[in-house]
Design a protein. Structure first.
Length: 144
């Protein structure tokens, strides 16, 4: 008789899965469903089928906006990757000054992480606005 194996590691994915379903999948599906309705946000939605898509097909503003979005997407997908590859190539080729360049290049990441940590520290441990201060005022945590 095979032993029952408990796969606890799969439970670690559950919070992320729930968040993605609630924040991304459900709104996306509702957006697709509402595309087939005429609705002003207040009154009752009226089903119009593919009429909204037919109106978009004939709308010049839509095509201009779509073209602009495609251009911006291409630019912001290729330029940062190209800059990163160029920087990586420069680090491989140039030995002199590469440590300085690495520090300058990586500094924004470290600063952003430090600032994020400081903000969270203030949100949790501040006696006035933090979670621990709130719990102390409610009598759930002992005061120091």
């Amino acid at each position: 008789m095979p032993e029952k194996v408990i796969h606890m590691h799969r439970l670690y994915v559950l919070p992320t899965l729930i968040i993605n379903i609630v924040i991304i999948a459900i709104p996306a599906l509702l957006t697709v469903a509402l595309a087939f309705f005429e609705w002003d946000g207040i009154s009752t939605p009226v089903f119009v089928g593919l009429d909204n898509f037919a109106a978009l097909w004939d709308d010049s503003v839509f095509w201009t906006a779509l073209t602009n979005n495609i251009i911006w997407t291409i630019i912001f997908l290729t330029v940062p990757i190209g800059m990163g590859l160029l920087a990586a190539t420069m680090l491989l080729v140039a030995r002199r000054g590469s440590n300085t360049f690495q520090v300058i290049y990586f500094l924004p990441v470290i600063i952003a992480t430090a600032i994020t940590g400081r903000v969270w520290q203030g949100m949790i441990y501040s006696p006035v606005t933090g979670v621990t201060g709130l719990l102390q005022r409610l009598g759930k945590l002992p005061t120091r």
